[in-house]
Design a protein around this ligand. Structure first.
Ligand SMILES: [Zn+2]
Length: 458
């Protein structure tokens, strides 16, 4: 008799960003981990293959007598019973009954079916594309499909090739088994068969571990500008250093910058924010960010020309990793955390009333751009104790001297520049310098000898 064992993860828990190691070990799906945590008092055993198994490596006497009682193992008879229970409705062409039954499996049963060749032999001729993917994900996640995999599945349904690839660029940073990508590839090949992006999608799936295929960037920035102090005087204010994180990948002549933003409640930061007074607000914001930032730059290194494209992904649930949490304020007569300015947004705090321009400006900060108002005219004007905390790169973007190459005299309240990063009401232009740190970071990772990208403003 053989045992159908769930493969027990050595290191349970969500995959970490940047843990893309090139190997695809089989870790148990989230549902199984949750199940095992529920039985935490009983340590998960490392199971040996049963006698007679082709995979046998350990001598049979190493099998512990209580293995037969292990709740994570189905006997042959149990597996056949589960398989027949699930496939029964399908054999009678009852798709709804089939769906109900795979949705009601225990984590142990679902995991056993994932590994059951007989089950897949019967499923494969019936389900294709997103339907095949749905069967797989119901089993793999045992009904707990969440971000980022949830977004991948949603974009399958919406048949949105770039949304699909943006979600994929996040998923590949997590640990998923080889079977996940085999079925994903088969489903995508079928579902996107009429799409000009089909080959890009398939190559992104198969090349997911290649060096440079999907990159994580971290851009570090620190800025100064004049603000009124409590005494009513203009004083140069040093802001805390910010590390802006994002995912970057290249596809179909585009360089896509994917930024995951989770909305949290300003009133209760442990709660994600979902119910906007106007439900259309997030979609308006997303459209605004894309309108202000996309179609504005080409990256050209003499070999390739890439359209610089941002893809903000908004998250509304707690748990999955994101690049930035943004507090949402509903009342613009109140002030953001750590601010005494009612109604004034910042990179980490937006108002439900925030205009398109404001949100596009704050998103600019998340790309690494500095503010361009109330700036010191020269580097020398910055008091030494503040200057010592700024890098040469910081000074390049947070002074008139750095931005224009020309020193200005010190002036009460500093200088404004007309751009989206300037004071909000005037110009909404985006400039090469706004993405320069980000592009430097990309250039710094190119293989030796690859020419660096220049930013061309369109
Ligand atoms: Zn700002």
């Amino acid at each position: 008799m053989s045992q159908h064992a769930i493969k027990v993860p050595k290191q349970p828990g969500p995959g970490k960003a940047g843990s893309n190691t090139g190997k695809q070990p089989f870790f148990a799906p989230a549902g199984v981990q949750a199940h095992q945590r529920a039985f935490a008092f009983e340590p998960a055993k490392k199971l040996s293959p049963a006698p007679g198994s082709m995979l046998q490596r350990d001598p049979p006497e190493l099998l512990e007598p209580d293995l037969l009682e292990n709740p994570y193992v189905l006997s042959d008879e149990q597996l056949v019973a589960v398989r027949d229970r699930v496939l029964g409705p399908l054999r009678r062409h009852d798709g709804t009954g089939f769906t109900t039954r795979i949705r009601s499996l225990s984590a142990t049963e679902a995991s056993a079916l994932l590994d059951d060749e007989a089950f897949w032999r019967e499923i494969r001729p019936i389900f294709r594309g997103r339907a095949l993917w749905a069967v797989y994900t119901i089993l793999y996640f045992n009904n707990r499909l969440r971000e980022p995999d949830l977004r991948l599945s949603v974009n399958f349904r919406a048949n949105d090739p770039y949304g699909f690839m943006d979600a994929l660029s996040i998923v590949v940073q997590e640990i998923r088994p080889r079977q996940y990508y085999e079925i994903l590839r088969e489903a995508a090949a079928y579902e996107f068969s009429g799409s000009p992006q089909r080959n890009q999608i398939l190559s992104m799936i198969s090349q997911r571990n290649a060096p440079g295929a999907v990159e994580r960037l971290a851009v570090s920035t620190r800025q100064v500008h004049y603000e009124e102090n409590e005494a009513g005087d203009q004083e140069l204010h040093l802001y805390g250093r910010q590390v802006r994180r994002m995912t970057v990948y290249e596809t179909g002549g585009q360089l896509r910058v994917v930024l995951r933003i989770r909305f949290i409640s300003a009133a209760n930061p442990r709660q994600s924010y979902y119910f906007f007074p106007d439900p259309a607000t997030p979609e308006r914001w997303r459209a605004a960010i894309e309108r202000y930032w996309n179609g504005k730059f080409i990256l050209d290194n003499g070999v390739k020309r890439l359209r610089f494209t941002v893809a903000p992904l908004f998250y509304y649930e707690s748990g999955p990793a994101v690049d930035k949490e943004v507090s949402i304020m509903e009342d613009d007569e109140l002030s953001c955390p750590h601010s005494s300015d009612p109604g004034r947004a910042n990179a980490g705090c937006w108002f439900t009333q925030s205009s398109d321009e404001t949100v596009a400006h704050e998103f600019g900060h998340l790309l690494g751009a500095a503010d361009e108002y109330n700036l010191p005219g020269s580097i020398a004007e910055i008091p030494a104790d503040i200057r010592s905390q700024l890098t040469a790169e910081d000074l390049e973007f947070t002074t008139m001297e750095g931005i224009t190459g020309r020193r200005r005299r010190k002036r009460e309240g500093g200088y404004d520049i007309s751009s989206l990063m300037g004071s909000h009401s005037r110009s909404t232009d985006v400039k090469a310098r706004h993405i320069r740190l980000l592009v430097r970071n990309i250039n710094g990772r190119l293989p030796d000898g690859t020419p660096h990208y220049r930013i061309i403003e369109l």
